[in-house]
Design a protein around this ligand. Structure first.
Ligand code: ZN
Length: 143
């Protein structure tokens, strides 16, 4: 029996599936081949480690099943209305896709929708200040 034959039969040898003659030839090869002997030793070691690992029982962290069930129940059923937050997030994402981003110095970018939001805030502030100034002027004129 040569090294290739031994390597092909090595798992069956470990599992005790070889016949008497094959086992004898296999062991006869191991007597003079340190490479195949080492391969057999390593494979036995690996299989022993895997067998030990299969005995390990991993327990989920406390409350894991409850958190999973709560997450499942939070998922909207098909055909049911989506939560408002999801609708707003989706709409803003689509606005981002349509408007794109503006390049800033140093390679940074900012969404155009953010610039529009800031512009609207500035306009609202200017309008508010204008109304306040007009109200103050009206009060100053009344005796
Ligand atoms: Zn060999």
């Amino acid at each position: 029996m040569d090294c290739g034959s031994v390597r092909a039969l090595i798992n069956r040898f470990i599992d005790g599936e070889l016949g008497y003659v094959e086992t004898a030839e296999f062991q006869q090869h191991l007597d003079f081949c340190p490479d195949c002997s080492e391969e057999l030793r390593e494979l036995c070691e690996l299989r022993g480690a895997l067998a030990a690992w299969s005995g390990v029982r991993l327990a989920p962290p406390p409350g894991f099943a409850d958190r999973v069930m709560a997450a499942v129940q939070r998922q909207p059923q098909p055909g049911s209305p989506r939560p408002l937050g999801e609708v707003v997030d989706g709409a803003l994402a689509r606005v981002d896709e349509v408007l794109g981003r503006v390049r800033l110095p140093h390679g940074r970018t900012i969404p155009v929708k953010n610039l529009l939001g800031w512009a609207l805030a500035v306009v609202a502030l200017v309008i508010g200040l204008g109304r306040r100034r007009g109200r103050d002027a009206t009060q100053a004129r009344t005796p």
